[in-house]
Ligand binder design. Structure first.
Ligand code: BG6
Ligand code: MG
Length: 219
């Protein structure tokens, strides 16, 4: 295992919930409607626009292109407000330890997040200098579940996806890792992430030795 391609929201930090909180506020303000918990899974890992499309489809609401764009901007403003108080304390359990192990074994770290806020969040978590590369989601042709962002993240550390492991908490993300050719590690619910090659219930269980051994066996 020469590289690890990290998802951000829900893997490195507990910022995943902020996204859905921001969507909830936006939908309440605009349409006075509530979003059910079950909808969150459809917005995880996918781009801002794809998230809003899923939400509007669920609500059976149609908006004009300019309203749509205004809503994605407004959602991001709410999300950024929620991020304002982010500190290294928001790094999920086990992640700092895993990063230290990876560094000790000369494994390269690359960010494969769909979020345009990735660099800002890594800065607030004081992890920006820890990463060897950050793939730019605005430069890839298709978002997760397409493999593009994982291929770009591997490429940014001069590796092929086969030499890498991807870590994800979303269904779209696991599908993206698998079709990129990297080895997928899921963090979360077994029913949701059944396609992951290796699954952990939460980040505190992530183990460098286990992941490396599973990657080796797979290749
Ligand atoms: C992913 C989140 O990491 O980033 C999604 O899981 C989000 O919920 C996506 O839609 C895009 O994020 P942003 O910050 O560009 O709106
Ligand atoms: Mg995620």
């Amino acid at each position: 295992m020469k590289g690890v391609l990290f998802d951000l929201d829900g893997v490195i930090a507990d910022t995943s919930v902020y996204h859905f909180q921001a969507w909830r506020k936006l939908i309440k303000d605009h349409f006075n409607r509530e979003l059910p918990d079950e909808l969150e899974v459809q917005t995880k890992g996918v781009s801002r626009a794809d998230s809003l499309t899923a939400i509007l489809n669920y609500l059976d609401i149609k908006v004009t292109d300019s309203e749509f764009n205004k809503m994605t901007e407004e959602k991001n403003d709410v999300f950024r407000e929620l991020l304002a108080s982010l500190t290294p304390a928001n790094i999920l359990p086990g992640i700092s330890e895993l990063i230290s192990e990876l560094k000790a074994h000369n494994v390269k770290l690359s960010l494969a997040s769909a979020s345009l806020n990735g660099p800002y969040i890594l800065e607030k978590l004081e992890l920006i200098n820890t990463f060897d590369a950050i793939a730019d989601p605005s430069k890839v042709a298709a978002g997760k579940p397409a493999p593009d962002i994982f291929i770009a993240a591997a490429d940014a550390i001069n590796l092929s996806p086969k030499e890498c492991v991807g870590i994800e908490d979303s269904i779209a993300g696991i599908k993206a890792i698998n079709s990129s050719g990297a080895f997928s590690v899921g963090v979360g619910n077994e029913n949701e992430l059944s396609e992951a090659y290796l699954l952990y219930s939460d980040t505190s269980k992530l183990s460098y030795e286990q992941i490396n051994a599973a990657w080796k066996k797979h290749n």
